[in-house]
Design a protein around this ligand. Structure first.
Ligand code: 4FV
Length: 235
């Protein structure tokens, strides 16, 4: 499953420029039975299968022996802390990460209890496996490695960089089917453009994600603008 995402675009470039090393480990390689069994029926009955603790234990130890450096072990699962840009900014400080991708009904609880440092969820829905969640985490982290994204400014101008939603973006043509690009953006007055963009970030965040405003660090000027926007929108 990783072939596509890890051999294209940002993640591919990050590896080519040696900003990032990705190693894939097949849990079946850490089994001893001839059926290379990684799952079994749940104790106490119930539907589905559970991933066995031994192959995961052996895989983690094998990796730790290989890299002989501090490594943070992360399990991707719906029970984890929600992965956000804030979490990404924390994780990018780690030198080494092990991402465990569950399958079936999930992993044996002893993996969580004894082998995992942090549990992350990419959202409140159930995937068929943790692989896609791991790809999401790798992509979000790769972009934060200095030098991976062409223009660092784009990181600083990302949604959520300041905990707010992004401002509207436009590009040529200046008019399409009578749909015009806001004049201000073609004024060349960068101070006014910056102000327009920050107000738009506040307005869009207020309308779509007011929960983010509670956490966002706003300047006194932005707080004043937000009050004006609330009055304007009677919010
Ligand atoms: C998931 C999520 C997720 C649960 C059972 C894999 C699946 C299956 N992982 N964020 N949401 N995992 O749905 O990270 O094993």
């Amino acid at each position: 499953m990783f072939k596509g995402p890890f051999e294209e675009s940002t993640i591919k470039r990050a590896q080519e420029k040696d900003f990032l090393k990705i190693h894939l480990h097949n849990l079946r390689d850490f089994t001893t039975d001839r059926h290379r069994t990684v799952d079994d029926t749940p104790f106490g009955g119930g539907a589905g299968m559970v991933m066995k603790v031994e192959p995961i234990y052996k895989a983690i130890n094998h990796i730790k022996e290989e890299i002989k450096e501090k490594v943070k072990v992360i399990l991707l699962s719906p029970q984890g802390k929600t992965f956000t840009q804030e979490v990404a900014f924390e994780l990018i400080k780690e030198k080494n990460l092990i991402l465990i991708c569950g399958r079936y009904e999930g992993v044996d609880e002893r993996v969580r209890e004894h082998l995992v440092d942090e549990e992350l969820s990419i959202g409140d829905y159930v995937l068929s496996g943790g692989e896609i969640a791991a790809m999401v985490v790798v992509d979000a982290l790769a972009r934060l490695i200095p030098g991976v994204v062409g223009d660092e400014r784009s990181i600083k101008e990302d949604s959520f960089y300041r905990g707010l939603l992004d401002y509207p973006q436009y590009t040529r043509p200046a008019e399409f089917k009578g749909w015009k690009v806001p004049e201000i953006l073609r004024s060349g007055n960068h101070r006014k453009i910056e102000t327009w963009r920050r107000k738009k970030m506040l307005e869009k965040t207020l309308l779509r994600r007011p929960d983010l405003l509670k956490k966002a660090k706003l300047t006194s000027e932005e707080k004043k603008w937000l009050e004006e926007i609330r009055k304007k929108l009677k919010k």
